[in-house]
Write a protein that binds this ligand. Structure first.
Ligand SMILES: NC(=O)c1ccc[n+]([C@@H]2O[C@H](COP(=O)([O-])OP(=O)(O)OC[C@H]3O[C@@H](n4cnc5c(N)ncnc54)[C@H](O)[C@@H]3O)[C@@H](O)[C@H]2O)c1
Length: 251
């Protein structure tokens, strides 16, 4: 799909990886609508980069449906969906204060995994109405997993499970949507310098970079955005999860 013919919705577009992707796609000539629950940063980022904004909670079906309606009105169609909305949580299976709270586990799954699926299913239904391009393509969906899906660390049991769920959706969803000409891919980032991490302080950030093989630094959000763009432009990429992590294998 040509970026100039792309009309993308980006969840979590008010911050970090989603924001960088929105900026990059806008610079390359795509239309973009940000879906985010952050009502302050969302509209600010949208006006800064020339995107539209919809106040959306990805866990809420009505909210996503209303966001899709707005995105279609503003852009004419939606043919790319990039799911970046997510939260990071940390708690051990059994910690100092007892067993993992079931509420925090459920909330992590609810936002990261079910939220991603909720947006994917509704966006795909919308994309089915698009006219196909020369490749027969009606749309592309890019979900954001994490390398924690494969090598989750101590305290990451809920987060890793939520991301493994996203990784596991790529192939069956790609198969489900193949007849409609809709591709499904996932990106599994290593450690990227976004607001999710920026609050940790330089010493901790340097510590996180130690295990990265090369280049020995955290990922830049623009590097995630480059990969998202490449996936949109590459019709033969489908049903797979791509790690982008400087060969980091977390221990
Ligand atoms: N930063 C990293 O190192 C890293 C690594 C691996 C995976 N990821 C994943 O990438 C994605 C983006 O992470 P980031 O670092 O850019 O985080 P971020 O905190 O900078 O941005 C996340 C955005 O998602 C939004 N959001 C959260 N819950 C939402 C909801 N229910 N509905 C709508 N919007 C919601 C937030 O408001 C925020 O704008 C996340 O799914 C995260 O798990 C990040």
């Amino acid at each position: 799909m040509l970026i100039s013919q792309t009309s993308a919705l980006i969840t979590g577009g008010a911050s970090g990886l989603g924001k960088a992707t929105a900026r990059s796609l806008r610079e390359a000539g795509a239309q973009v609508t940000l879906f985010d629950r952050d009502n302050e940063r969302g509209p600010m980022v949208a006006s800064e980069i020339g995107a539209h904004f919809a106040h959306v909670d990805v866990t809420d079906a009505d909210s996503v449906a209303a966001g899709l309606k707005l995105a279609k009105e503003k852009m004419g169609a939606v043919n790319a969906c990039i799911n970046c909305a997510g939260i990071a949580t940390g708690e051990k299976t059994v910690g100092r204060d007892g067993p993992h709270r079931i509420e925090t586990f459920q909330r992590t799954i609810d936002i990261n995994m079910i939220g991603t699926f909720n947006v994917m299913r509704l966006a795909a239904a919308e994309m089915q109405g698009n006219d196909p391009n020369e490749d027969g393509e009606r749309g592309v969906i890019i979900n954001t997993a994490s390398i924690a899906a494969f090598d989750g660390q101590m305290g990451q049991v809920a987060y890793a499970a939520s991301k493994a769920g996203i990784a596991g959706m790529s192939l069956p969803a790609a198969r489900d949507l193949a007849r409609s000409g809709i591709r499904v891919m996932a990106i599994a980032p290593g450690i990227f310098l976004t607001p999710m991490l920026e609050g940790l302080g330089q010493e901790i950030i340097d510590g996180l970079a130690v295990d990265v093989t090369f280049p020995k630094r955290l990922g830049k959000p623009s590097e995630y955005a480059n990969l998202a763009r490449f996936i949109i432009e590459s019709p033969y990429l489908n049903g797979e999860v791509i790690r982008i992590d400087g060969a980091l294998r977390m221990r």
